[in-house]
Design a binder for this molecule. Structure first.
Ligand code: UD1
Ligand code: CA
Length: 454
């Protein structure tokens, strides 16, 4: 049976109070919808359809990269009505898996249990036992434990309100059967909506086994309707990711205070201190240490490198035994050679620092090609921008640039050159010589301070 996935994402998400549609809201570095598509993708579906709403063009544009087709539900008349829009694209022989765009943390293994059950001819619905079932549809089972129907929160009797097994809304079944049941679903309920959940009672009438597949963990079934639930899902995801990383050998000083919003690869004995945020694609070699409060995005960091507290790194390639920070900023297209040092309040942008080069304090290195073993003193600035264009500064191997020097690009400092502190250098400085560009120091003989008028 070909697997055809339908993801419901047409709701506006009014309770978010946001201009961003609900399924475009970010969770752990991806949108809610991206999480759902990724989980479904693990089952290698033949086809995935996203049901989007009127005004949901933004959702489509934001997710143009996803391997899905888009089906419009012009009016949001309920989850059942949403699935009806998907029917023209489903073949009766397909196995349909219905997912919700606002239930993003479901695991592929759980979805597999649903489709396995549906392959046996059952209607498989994902359920969970939750400490607080408020807001969810409740699973009603008969004396023999068989699921007989789902009752929506707003339609529950006082006794049914106490049922703690809830519907997640996710289900799998034969598409032909689903078509037949949906044709019979009406909207006579508290919300005047066509409920997808009503197909369960119809399946029971047809003598089809309704298999309530219980999720391993209730974090998988978090439905996200408001910002509070979004934060709860973020917390659950953070815990899950940290758990996986630690089991794979990463030392996290505090797993509750580490946010990965992308992917992380790492070697042996890496240590990440508290309150770090990693985004995009980050790779760490062996024995890399990341200090507290570091923010690292799209970087590759070599063996034995140390990133000290509160440094911000973005789009850089960093060698081995490098020391960065505390309080350093490394910007895109920067390459730091082995054993380079970039210290506090140093900003490096689109520059290459050769092996063993150092800029330890308060400097701006932008659009620079710096050789090996160069020393960049405190307060050195590359003046890379003339108001129109960016220009390159070249500093050759072994040069020593004295403190508070401004290097007016384009300019080249030759190998082994010394630049006297406080110089403004706007012509190339020859290799191996001392160049100074500053006013001579003078002392005025007999000078007296101005006298104060009484
Ligand atoms: C639904 C279930 C409820 C379950 C809960 C779990 C129904 C009738 N109820 O309730 O049993 O406990 O999810 O989270 O199915 N959507 C559309 N078009 C519509 C309506 C909804 O695409 O016309 C989409 C929404 O964008 C959302 C999903 O379907 O992604 C669920 O809709 P929502 O209104 O949030 O349903 P709940 O009231 O939470
Ligand atoms: Ca919901």
């Amino acid at each position: 049976m070909a697997l055809s996935v339908v993801i419901l994402a047409a709701g506006q998400g009014k309770r978010m109070h946001s201009d961003l549609p609900k399924v475009s809201q970010p969770l752990g570095g991806a949108t809610l919808l991206e999480h759902v598509v990724r989980a479904a993708g693990a089952l290698a579906p033949a086809h995935t359809q996203v049901i989007y709403g009127h005004g949901g063009e933004g959702v489509r544009e934001r997710h143009a990269h996803l391997p899905v087709s888009w089906t419009l539900q012009a009016e949001q008349l309920g989850t059942g009505h949403a699935v009806m829009q998907a029917l023209p694209q489903l073949k009766d022989a397909d196995l349909a898996l219905i997912l919700y765009g606002d239930v993003p943390l479901v695991r592929p293994g759980t979805l597999k249990r649903l489709t396995d059950s549906a392959e046996k001819g059952h209607l498989a619905v994902l359920t969970a036992r939750v400490p607080d079932p408020r807001g969810y549809g409740r699973m009603v089972r008969d004396g023999a434990g068989r699921v007989t129907r789902i009752v929506e929160e707003k339609d529950t009797s006082p006794a049914e309100k106490h049922i703690d097994e809830v519907n997640t809304g996710l289900m799998a079944c034969n598409a032909g059967k689903l078509r037949g049941w949906l044709a019979k679903v009406g909207n006579k309920n508290a919300q005047k909506e066509y409920y997808l959940t009503d197909v369960i009672a119809l399946a029971v009438q047809d003598g089809i086994v309704v298999d309530g597949v219980l999720a391993d963990h209730h974090d998988e079934i978090h439905g996200i309707n408001d910002k509070q639930q979004l934060a709860q899902a973020e917390e659950a995801l953070r815990k899950r990711i940290a758990g996986e990383l630690m089991l794979a050998g990463l030392t996290l000083r505090d797993p509750c205070r580490f946010d990965l919003r992308g992917s992380l690869e790492f070697g042996r004995d890496c240590v990440v201190d508290v309150n770090c945020v990693m985004e995009g694609k980050v790779t760490l070699g062996n024995r890399v240490k990341i200090g507290p409060g570091a923010v690292i995005k799209d970087c590759a960091i070599g063996d034995d490198t140390e990133v000290l507290a509160h440094s911000v790194l973005d789009g850089a390639r960093i060698g081995r035994k490098v020391r960065i920070g505390p309080f350093a900023r490394i910007r895109p297209e920067t390459v730091l050679g082995d054993e380079a040092h970039v210290g506090n309040f140093v900003e490096v942008k689109k520059s290459r620092l050769g092996a063993g080069s150092k800029a330890n304090h308060l400097a701006y290195v932008g659009d620079a090609q710096v050789g090996e073993k160069v020393n960049i003193g405190a307060g050195v600035i590359t003046c890379n921008y003339d108001g129109v264009a960016k220009h390159t500064t070249v500093i050759e191997d072994g040069a020593f640039v004295g403190s508070d020097t401004t290097l007016v690009a384009p300019v080249t400092i030759g190998a082994g050159a010394y630049i006297g502190a406080g110089s403004t250098i706007n012509k190339d400085a020859p290799a191996g010589q001392l160049t100074l560009a500053r006013a001579k120091q003078t002392t005025i003989p007999g000078w007296k301070p101005p006298a104060k008028k009484s």
